[in-house]
Ligand binder design. Structure first.
Ligand SMILES: Cc1cc2nc3c(=O)[nH]c(=O)nc-3n(C[C@H](O)[C@H](O)[C@H](O)COP(=O)(O)O)c2cc1C
Ligand code: SF4
Length: 410
């Protein structure tokens, strides 16, 4: 059995999330205090050696984003840090758990990132329905100002940092980093074409670092405890811990933090208590609607970016939606494909028409093998020709459900 190691959730239950004094008593801002004794590029070197990868979806190395944001456009008058707290991926509810239980850790992670990349302003872009997260983050920001952890010359250093909250209006696509930036600028949530990436031209065309809530919550731990300590947790290419959002008919659904490399069997059958009476495990949808279905053969594969990729599966946001003997997979696919149709912004034809066609076909009472092949072709076409990653998403659940559970759709 894997030992429980907590990073994002290390203060949960130990502090009142509304009290900065509680946070400080539990080593709050120690990571930031360490960071400002180092040169900014040294902080980025620490993140490189820690092996931290982004927890929002794709596991992109955090230090690369930071270094490119810090070094692009020397003449730009501003740089920004943006925390992606939009959490729109179906089956994902970990970021709210961090914000509701330890909002200060996110503020501290953003502060360290701001210092590292030379930014003096940060935004937290929070999903509008997350009332508790919004209140707790706002309170944390206000208390950090009162205690001198935000504002001018923080702790007597030359570093100044201001922070603000912006509320998302319920668009899934606005969780995509460049669409989020458009929305932050007050525009309609349409994606921008990449490149340029946010590190070069982000918010108001300035270099911008966008990271997920969970990613930011790991940064203070690395500075406080050393990169070696962090890098000693996890697998060869996936370091640290991961938050998993377990839903479906297990005895104890919820958010769990476990070292990278933990097996799905351990997560579901030990940590989450196993299946509820009358339900048998059949598989799971990993990573949410834009994720992949797996069957029971995945149970003993260590869950990490590289190991799951080898199996054709994704870790994504950390959503684990359990599929059991009573799950109606056709109805699950109907929800997923109608979700993509609803969230498609309509800007490009392959996705606008493709999501509509896929949704229409999956709703038919009887599907033939030909229908399924045709749907797969449409999804492949979308993945190739769509403008942004949303159009590249339906292929993932569709292809994987057909690999493992085709019989249940015809
Ligand atoms: C359609 C779509 C929705 C996304 N939604 C989110 C989201 O809600 N939260 C998030 O952190 N990342 C989301 N992402 C990923 C972001 O674009 C970006 O990669 C992430 O915020 C980077 O943070 P990280 O490097 O810390 O993982 C989404 C991506 C796509 C394509
Ligand atoms: S792929 Fe879909 S969501 Fe992305 S721009 Fe095209 S229509 Fe909009």
């Amino acid at each position: 059995m894997m030992s429980e190691i907590k990073i994002s959730l290390r203060r949960v239950g130990k502090i009142n999330p509304l009290s900065i004094d509680d946070f400080i008593k539990e080593k709050g801002f120690e990571g930031f205090k360490k960071a400002i004794t180092l040169a900014p590029d040294e902080v980025i070197n620490w993140l490189e050696k820690s092996g931290l990868r982004g927890r929002g979806d794709a596991g992109f190395p955090t230090f690369i984003k930071q270094r490119s944001t810090a070094t692009s456009c020397y003449t730009c008058e501003a740089r920004y840090v943006v925390c992606n707290a939009d959490e729109g991926e179906p089956g994902t509810f970990k970021d709210r758990f961090v914000m509701e239980n330890d909002p200060f850790s996110v503020i501290e992670g953003m502060l360290i990132a701001g210092y590292a990349i030379g930014a003096n302003y940060g935004f937290v872009y929070i999903r509008g329905e997350y009332y508790d997260s919004i209140n707790k983050i706002k309170n944390a920001i206000q208390q950090a100002y009162e205690k001198g952890y935000l504002g001018k010359n923080i702790l007597g250093s030359v570093f100044s940092f201001d922070m603000n909250v912006y509320l998302g209006a319920g668009s899934y696509l606005c969780g995509e980093e460049l669409t989020l930036i458009e929305s932050l600028e007050g525009k309609r949530g349409y994606p921008r074409i990449k490149p340029p990436f946010p590190a070069e031209k982000g918010l108001w065309n300035m270099p911008t670092l966008v990271n997920n809530v969970e990613t930011f919550s790991h940064i203070p731990f690395i500075l406080e405890n050393g990169y070696e300590n962090y890098a000693s947790i996890g697998t060869a290419e996936s370091k640290g811990t991961k938050l998993y959002c377990v839903s479906g008919h297990v005895k104890n659904p919820g958010v769990y933090e476990l070292p990278m490399g933990t097996k799905l069997r351990e997560l579901l059958f030990n940590v989450a208590g196993g299946m509820k009476e009358g339900f048998e495990f059949k598989g799971a949808l990993l990573g949410g609607a834009a994720g992949t279905f797996v069957d029971e053969s995945i149970l003993d594969v260590p869950m990490a970016y590289e190991t799951l990729k080898k199996q054709g599966a994704t870790l994504g946001s950390g959503a684990v939606i359990v599929v059991d003997n009573k799950t109606n997979l056709k109805s699950m696919m109907q929800s997923i494909l109608s979700f993509f149709k609803h969230e498609s912004c309509g800007k490009c034809v392959p996705c606008r028409i493709g999501t509509t066609l896929l949704n229409e076909r999956i709703q038919e009472t009887k599907l033939s093998e030909e229908d399924l092949n045709w749907m797969l072709q449409q999804a492949e076409y979308m993945a190739k020709y769509s403008l942004c990653p949303l159009g590249q998403s339906p292929i993932l659940p569709l292809k994987s459900v057909l690999t493992y559970f085709k019989k249940e759709l015809v």
